[in-house]
Design a protein. Structure first.
Ligand code: PMP
Length: 392
């Protein structure tokens, strides 16, 4: 007899990106698919002398790490003490905890379209119903946000304002302030997801929207995955006082606490003079790789797609000039040992979408980049040739 599972379980979908990542493990595949940091740039991990952390620890996280995080958030303008910082097992866990705290079946959520696909998946499991807000070069349109709030009365608004995944968009300061004003007026909570802020290749407005909020409740999600090593699984959230206790209880029932050796190692690393040098090196190398990808795209994608070189983060987002089945293109590309992410899964179900692909530039070896982009340009050029573009 089949076991009787929850209604929630029926909403589980396989993560396309995880499926693709499995294929990209094959030797010889040039992958622009995942948001994988470059292994050769990750700091060496050394857990010697960290025996004090073998016992169970506090659910909120290691006190020294929480206070470093709170200090950093204060410099960003987020009024937050260490007591309102919760260390999580990656910021992905923060997204899940937020889903558990806010979402019932049918709860409306506003988010960008396109947005981070694992957020769509995580919140869909709890029964969220999405409405997407389209992105311009400067972020979402604050007036469209106001109208959508009146229309849907969302449980919260989820945004990635800095070097957004997948679009690379970085909100202007004007839009950040305007969005904060709309949320304050409406009293709708903001969930701000900010894992890419340290990967800035040009000067860009990066003040968190949470820093501009006066009244609305908020959760700010941060991560050490991109600037150190994702295998550590250390992220954090900070939250306004009304939301924090619920999130801590959910964390307790989820995994008791995040891994202690990683937290202690990270605290030492952040405090040492090695961190700044490491971060500067990583940013410098990624900037070069972004420029290399931009050069390759100019050579092989002119007339096929439109894009802007991102000022930070890990991705190029290409709007294809003509309609094209990007999933079919992916299967074809994999037969030629090149992987990328089709744009479709980044759009919440039922929302307007347009043909696009996401290309990561941090992971592929630079000498393979041109080769891989040439293959994709040929393939997408053939598939997308001719048909007029569908725009939303
Ligand atoms: N949010 C966004 C927007 C992301 O792109 C990612 C990772 N790709 C995460 C959250 C999760 O990151 P982590 O759990 O590694 O901190």
């Amino acid at each position: 007899m089949k076991p009787q599972l929850s209604r929630r379980a029926a909403r589980l979908t396989s993560s396309l990106i995880r499926d693709i990542l499995q294929v990209t493990q094959r030797p010889g595949v040039i992958s622009f698919a995942g948001g994988l940091p470059a292994e050769e740039l990750m700091p060496d991990l050394d857990f010697t002398g960290l025996d004090d952390c073998r016992q169970y620890g506090p659910s909120e996280g290691e006190p020294a790490l929480r206070s470093l995080i709170a200090q950093n958030l204060s410099t960003l303008g987020i009024a937050c003490d260490a007591e309102h910082v919760l260390v999580t097992s990656g910021s992905q866990q923060g997204i899940d905890l937020v889903g558990k705290l806010f979402i019932d079946e049918g709860s409306p959520v506003l988010l960008e379209a396109p947005t981070y696909l694992a957020t769509i998946q995580a919140l869909a499991v709890y029964g969220a119903e999405f409405q997407g807000l389209s992105l311009t070069e400067d972020g979402i349109d604050p007036d469209a946000l106001r109208r959508a709030i009146v229309d849907r009365r969302p449980a919260f608004v989820y945004l990635i304002p800095t070097f957004q995944n997948p679009s690379g968009c970085c909100y202007s300061d004007e839009v950040r302030r305007a969005v904060a004003e709309v949320l304050d007026e409406a009293g709708v909570p903001l969930i701000e997801d900010d894992p890419y802020r340290d990967l800035a290749y040009e000067p860009a407005d990066r003040t968190p929207i949470c820093a501009y909020l006066q009244r609305a409740a908020w959760v700010y999600l941060g991560s050490f995955s991109k600037i150190t090593a994702p295998g550590l699984r250390i992220g954090y959230l900070a939250a306004s006082h009304s939301l924090f206790p619920g999130l801590v209880r959910l964390k307790q029932s989820s995994d008791l606490h995040s891994n202690r050796p990683g937290q202690l190692w990270l605290t030492q690393f952040l405090r040492s003079d090695k961190f700044d040098a490491h971060a500067a090196r990583m940013v410098g190398v990624y900037r070069d790789r972004r420029d290399a990808m931009q050069a390759a795209l100019l050579r092989h994608f002119a007339g096929i797609a439109q894009w802007r070189a991102p000022a930070g983060g890990l991705f190029f987002w290409l709007r294809l000039n003509a309609d094209c089945d990007t999933l079919a293109a992916l299967h074809e590309a994999l037969t030629r040992d090149v992987a990328f992410m089709p744009g479709e899964p980044f759009f919440p179900a039922g929302n307007l979408r347009y043909p696009a692909v996401r290309l990561n530039f941090s992971h592929a070896a630079p000498e393979q980049m041109l080769e891989g982009i040439a293959v994709l340009g040929e393939l997408l050029g053939n598939l997308a040739g001719g048909t007029p573009s569908r725009r939303s």
